[in-house]
Design a protein around this ligand. Structure first.
Ligand code: GLY
Length: 582
């Protein structure tokens, strides 16, 4: 469908919206529903549950559970994630944050991956059961249904159960991601059996059925949280992990809890920004960059000076991330200070307008490595309840270990801890000590589900992409704040700086040859990173015109879909535009 064709239904919806909302009287509820996710089957699952009378939170259960089935490389019951909720009916707490991040097993310790010579081993930290934190997604599904949803889990999980039983077709995207992990997938017979054919990556169109996963989803539908963490599934999880050399115990499953947290909230460019708190670094970094940018001389968006300002602010906030951030239920983090406008202004004041600062001039810190296979969805219901959720198993296909009898592919999120904090101390700084492994602790994350809101607009966005998540959300948010259409938030070409390594990671087409030369002349190093960079899913509600629009990143295979409630024939697919250079 061409971009132009797509605007016709948008205009129809917009005119209908104008009847109920004028620019002077912004709408209080959209009367439309939208779902943007990384897979068409998951987007359809969200709409199905909304059509059955569910609210945004029921739809979030449906979408998350269906992504767990059809995107095994990105998220799953064996993984974790964050759900940012908007509840306009709750005046005291309109925004909530459900932290379903994995936890370190109780018998983990800071030296978990050191061998007898004291050397940190990479393989067990990313492959197999030793790499897996205790999953949070099943607890989050039950929590959302119990505390926020209107429908029973048996109804909101039905689309996911059907997808697991009937199967989904392998895409080229699946093949690419399996290609990164084939050797490890071959190591674990259950993963090899379910996700490969003859131990090779199956051709496009091959149908993957997951009856064991359907059984696990049914157990959750019947018994909620206990259907996963206790009983038969719980027993199989412990037995499977331990037999394969892992360290989980029943107490790990019994103790796992989602945590409701207050999101990070601050103001920038006429919007309130609502984003992820620790154990995500995302909200803190956005506060530093967006508030810092406001204190610098105004530069034309897309210009060399604007890019320089953003890169320098990225550099400084990512340095703080590496030095200071970790699970603040375990370590002291000065969150209030780091998210204040004063602190952002101080960071910005150290930016030289003409020259790149070398990261080493800011003081040495350890590099950090983060997995980048994750998923995001954004959705809104007709009443304005909304969810931005980012979910992960870390690397593609997580730890590549599927627990026999459960269909549950485990995460390798333990690798988001700093397995070697002592390395940081060698530089004489606290470094990643804040993110050292400890029993029950949550590894630092970059997942940044975010909303921007003012009287005129609600923007809902997020993306996978490891340490680059935060800067992708930043660039998308800046497009939203400039009034650009939602298609541009998800498609614009991207760039990123994370303090170390000390270069700008740049997607194809992000900089012209002249811009790149100008940045290099200022002392920046520019490193091309190709085009497989993020998979943003976004929804916009323009309250003045009462128009809801949605878009799915053209880099992925996802789908965004808006429907006017009670007139579902008006449903349309949102545009999948090509990348737009800045
Ligand atoms: N594993 C990706 C993240 O949490 O940022």
């Amino acid at each position: 469908m061409s971009k132009q064709q797509n605007w016709l239904p948008l205009i129809t919806i917009s005119l209908v919206g104008l009847l109920s909302a004028s620019p002077l009287h912004a709408a209080t509820a959209p009367g439309q529903q939208a779902v943007a996710s990384a897979h068409p089957i998951a987007t359809a699952a969200g709409h199905t549950v909304l059509d059955q009378g569910g609210n945004a939170f029921d739809a979030a259960v449906a979408v998350a559970a269906t992504l767990a089935v059809v995107e095994p490389y990105s998220s799953g019951l064996g993984g974790g994630g964050f759900f940012l909720l908007r509840q306009p009916g709750n005046a005291d707490q309109p925004y909530r944050f459900v932290d379903a991040r994995e936890t370190a097993p109780l018998s983990a310790n800071r030296d978990l991956y050191r061998d007898s010579d004291g050397v940190v081993q990479r393989d067990p930290a990313i492959n197999g059961p030793m790499a897996a934190g205790i999953p949070g997604v099943p607890a989050a599904l039950a929590h959302l249904a119990e505390h926020y949803g209107k429908l029973p889990l048996s109804q909101s999980l039905a689309p996911a159960i059907a997808a697991a039983e009937n199967g989904f077709s392998i895409s080229e995207h699946y093949r690419t991601l399996a290609g990164y992990r084939l050797e490890v997938m071959n190591r674990y017979p259950e993963t090899d059996r379910i996700f490969l054919r003859d131990s090779q990556i199956p051709p496009v169109g091959t149908v993957i059925k997951q009856p064991e996963l359907a059984g696990t989803l049914r157990a959750i539908a019947a018994s909620g949280r206990d259907g996963f963490y206790k009983g038969k599934v719980g027993e199989l999880l412990i037995e499977g992990v331990r037999t394969a050399g892992g360290i989980w115990q029943q107490a790990d499953l019994d103790d796992y809890k989602v945590i409701e947290r207050s999101p990070i909230r601050f103001n920038a460019s006429g919007y309130e920004v609502i984003s992820a708190p620790l154990p995500s670094a995302g909200g803190i970094a956005l506060a530093g960059i967006l508030q810092g940018l406001e204190t610098l001389p105004k530069a034309e968006p897309g210009s060399v000076q604007w890019t320089h300002q953003l890169v320098e602010l990225m550099r400084r906030t990512y340095r703080d991330r590496a030095a200071l951030l970790g699970d603040n239920d375990f370590v002291e983090v000065p969150v209030k200070q780091l998210t204040s406008a004063d602190y952002a202004a101080k960071l910005a004041a150290s930016v030289d307008p003409k020259h790149a600062t070398r990261s080493s001039e800011l003081g040495p810190l350890i590099n950090f490595v983060e997995g980048d296979h994750t998923t995001h969805f954004s959705l809104i219901d007709a009443d304005g309840n909304a969810v931005a959720a980012t979910l992960s198993v870390n690397l593609p296909f997580g730890a590549a270990f599927t627990v026999p009898g459960t269909g549950v592919l485990l995460n390798n999120e333990m690798d988001d801890f700093a397995a070697d904090p002592a390395g940081v101390n060698a530089y004489g700084l606290a470094g990643s000590e804040a993110n050292a492994i400890a029993p029950g602790k949550r590894p630092l994350s970059s997942m940044t589900p975010t909303m921007l809101e003012n009287d005129q607009q609600l923007a809902i966005l997020g993306t996978p992409g490891g340490s680059r998540i935060i800067t992708m959300v930043l660039l998308g948010a800046l497009e939203a704040m400039r009034g650009e259409p939602v298609e541009r938030w998800v498609s614009r070409a991207r760039f990123h700086h994370q303090y170390l390594p000390d270069h700008i990671q740049v997607e194809d087409a992000a900089f012209s040859a002249e811009q790149q030369s100008a940045l290099e002349a200022m002392g920046h190093r520019v490193e091309p990173v190709g085009r497989d960079y993020g998979n943003m899913q976004a929804v916009s509600w323009d309250k003045s015109s009462n128009q809801v629009t949605a878009a799915s990143d053209p880099r992925g295979i996802g789908e965004a879909n808006v429907q006017r409630v009670n007139a579902r024939s008006d449903g349309h697919k949102a545009a999948k535009t090509g990348a737009i250079a800045q």
